[in-house]
Design a protein around this ligand. Structure first.
Ligand code: MN
Length: 251
């Protein structure tokens, strides 16, 4: 099995090294095509108005001066065009991707892009508490347990699997929960500061989810309860109930 590993935190991020080890546990044919720099919250962005460069670090390791989506696009169309990946793994992201995070996330978008090329894709994210150490070993151990199960069973084309690991040591994780995407009661922070020339500038801070938002059966709830969350996602954003209702009202 040929595996492509990518992320949105950049090719030197600690999480991608974790994911490479996970991938090497499954296959000897692991390729890394990842952004040169931090691309978190780049969503499903494709670079159209400036040239893209791919820096070859070794045969199976390439850094791209673009977004996670650019990386997957280049991997399929150029870097791995002779033998496209059988599976794409994205992450392990530095921080959770739950609720509406998934619409901002470059980690998720890389997996989305892979599904557009018909490849099964899994996105991985490790939750952590600010200022505390990351439990990367939790991602490594639990992904090692989960991925073979997913690969053995398979799942529909054009669906990606979003996996989040709780902010706990591996031994304290309570298990795996298959859950739907939740919605944050977001507490977006926006800092206004003054630059050295006296002009204001703005910095969007962390989105602070209302802890334990009480949405049972969601990705956020599973993480809060100490479980690994597994959520199948797809790119069809149609809201079915409103579609039916709107048809009756308008057509
Ligand atoms: Mn990230």
């Amino acid at each position: 099995m040929r595996i492509l590993v990518t992320n949105d935190d950049g090719i030197d991020a600690p999480g991608i090294k974790v994911l490479e080890r996970i991938a090497r546990g499954l296959s000897k044919d692991v390729w890394v095509v990842a952004p040169e720099t931090q691309q978190s919250a780049s969503s499903h962005s494709l670079t159209l108005h400036r040239p893209l460069r791919s820096r070859r670090i070794s045969k199976r390791r390439h850094a791209v001066n673009g977004t996670p989506t650019d990386c997957v696009f280049l991997a399929f169309n150029k870097i791995m065009a002779d033998g496209p990946p059988d599976m794409v793994l994205s992450g392990v992201n530095d921080g959770p991707n739950v609720g509406e995070d998934v619409t901002y996330s470059g980690t998720i978008a890389a997996a989305m892009e892979a599904t557009l090329f018909g490849a099964p894709a899994v996105a991985f994210s490790q939750a952590y508490g600010d200022g505390r150490k990351h439990h990367w070993a939790t991602a490594e151990q639990w992904a090692g347990r989960l991925l073979p199960m997913l690969i053995e069973r398979g799942w529909p084309k054009r669906v990606l699997i979003n996996v989040n690991f709780p902010d706990l040591p591996a031994a304290d994780v309570r298990g795996i929960r298959v859950v739907r995407q939740g919605l944050h009661a977001l507490d977006d922070t926006l800092e206004e500061r003054i630059d050295p020339r006296g002009r204001p500038y703005y910095w969007i801070g962390a989105q602070l989810p209302a802890a334990g938002s009480g949405q049972r059966g969601t990705d956020m709830d599973a993480l809060d309860e100490g479980y690994v969350s597994v959520t199948p996602l797809h790119m069809d954003l149609t809201h079915r109930r409103t579609l039916t209702w709107l048809r009756e009202v308008i057509e």
